[in-house]
Design a protein around this ligand. Sequence first.
Ligand SMILES: [Cu+2]
Length: 159
Amino acid sequence: MKAAIFGLLVAALASPALASGSHKGGHGEVMAVGEPGKNADATRTIRVTMKETDDGRMIFAPSELQVREGQTVRFTIRNAGELEHEFVLDQQDKITEHKAAMEKFPDMEHEDPNAIRLAPGQTGEIVWKFTNAGTFKIACLVPGHYDAGMHGGVTVARK
Ligand SMILES: [Cu+2]
């Protein structure tokens, strides 16, 4: 239900080019960044911590990740901060679109397989298969967090 509402909001915000049908990634449509992976296929675990820093920034540590095309990765994500944070994995234009939607509707929740929201102290997992080489993003789209530094890159090397 919430995901469906989000889809409508994104459709309303998206440019005509983006509204062509592939923008609602995570709802059974093909995403450039890949697809949900099977736990048994994961050949690698990447641990990512989300937190605020003493100088007022918010970060992912590490923030630059390197994986390989075809690889299934288990992301173990820990919120070591004092605020709620989220980990969203996607291509840059989808992140930008989603960020704008979140700023307009801050209470919006989403339950996409490429995203996880964690309360302080919580740890969660995303198993993801990277099906395409390229440069993608991780980001926290809680309003203000991206601009406080909470984003990073995922480079998917060609097989
Ligand atoms: Cu955050």
